[in-house]
Write a protein that binds this ligand. Sequence first.
Ligand code: UVW
Length: 307
Amino acid sequence: MTVTEFRTLAKQVSNWGRWGDDDQRGTLNLITPDVLKRAGASIRQGKLFSLAIDFNRKGPQHGEGRFNPHVYMTAVSRTWGHGEVTACMSDDVVHMPSQCATQWDSLAHFGYEGKYYNNVPNTVVTPQGASRLGIEQVARAGVASRGVLLDIARLRGVERLAVEDRVMPEDLDAAEARQGVRVEAGDVLLVRTGHITVFTRDGSREAMTGPQPGLHMRCAQWFHARDVAAVAADNLAVEPLPPQPELPLPLHMLCLRDMGLIFGEFFDLEALAADCAADGQYDFFFTAPALPVTGAVGAAINPLAIK
Ligand code: UVW
């Protein structure tokens, strides 16, 4: 994929101005009351799946930069009261990067050529946080909709994709056809590569954060054509790693900056995918609210799929 192709794609998928020049919610605007009602109707069996990996010191981060969560106790079973009945109370502090495990990227997380979504200059992000497009925008929009899982590993008949594999738009079409489901406007799309199992099953942080399979940048066109509200996957960056110096993380650039479409990463889709394969229901109610932390550019989350 050349830079020229990238620029052509960027023009095709741009949503700048679509919901107004001041819009900060991007494709989350596609989750309309009708979409939410349809989402509710996709709870048909009463099964619930948590799609988060565990948040603890044994998480996938290592090396410089991002680190794994630390829990510090600020009160350890402290005794309250002096009478016959004494109470005990514990409090804590959780110290972690927003992007250390299962997460949303806000629209202030990734841009290019000095701009974030909707022509917002990158100077809105300062050491104190983002004054526009922060995660509070995602939090207030909610992130609850119909979710659809497209299982690309199962489509290709493998446990997980190989490091050099790319998910192309044609794979998304083929998975829909095989699974008998269609991604509609306002849906949250979950894509399974199986890559998370290098960490959850094999315990390799290096493989989890190293070279890995992911969605090719041409998938941006597919997301745009279908009016997807958000996209999440079971790898580190939705798209393949490592980034190429001449075009770093092109799917991030096209989706977060040009479309205003947020990414969910480090989703553990294994149990959900096995259940979907068993019962044939690949759509569900999906919710993954972020905490409205003013100015943060990402959020740790516990996404839920309810069938
Ligand atoms: C990077 O910032 C590299 O990616 P992510 O959105 O996956 O956290």
